[in-house]
Design a protein. Sequence first.
Length: 221
Amino acid sequence: MRLLKENKNLFYIVIVLPLFFFYLDNAFIVWMRDIEERKSSLHLLLESIDPLIDFFSNGLTLVIIACILYVIGKLSNKRLNEAGKILCVGFLTAGIVTQILKHLIGRARPRLTDKLIFIGPTLKSGYDSFPSGHTAVAFCFAYILSTHFPRYRSIFYIVALIFGFERAEESAHFLSDILAGALVGLIAGKILMKIFQRRQFTAHSEGVPFPHTETAANSNE
């Protein structure tokens, strides 16, 4: 029961996921294609910001951002240094997990078919839709950054949502792929932060000062 209370948001995602599989995935694809055919203002807006979102959601861009935080933090800010370090690990963790799941599950991408098709373990191109790797990394980053800088939590998660939505808008993923990617990213981020915090506690018990998260810094003011 305690486990359920601590992870209720993740539990809700697991409950909602089947609804996307059976109905909302197809409904979203139909809607997106409709606004594209009509050249609606929403479609034109999405098209105009696509290059910007593509750049910032690119894996190389995210790695560079994590490395920049790490280097800047190494020079002047302990909290940034820690965040950058965990972000690099988070990028690798979320990326590896999603790649394994993608090729074990073998779901067809929406650009191939609107139907719910899983072919199982495969390296075949176009059958690596579930879950979304971009979204997993984005939500892993959002979780880690929110832990270090909680006052900006809403911004981090809004950005992660935009990254995920953009993948669905491009017909690279179904909505359920995005939701599953978010789940993988949140779990990866949570596990990594627990490991890091456990190491902090061990170091503190041995007389090594705690690294400064924003919460800890504020409590000392």
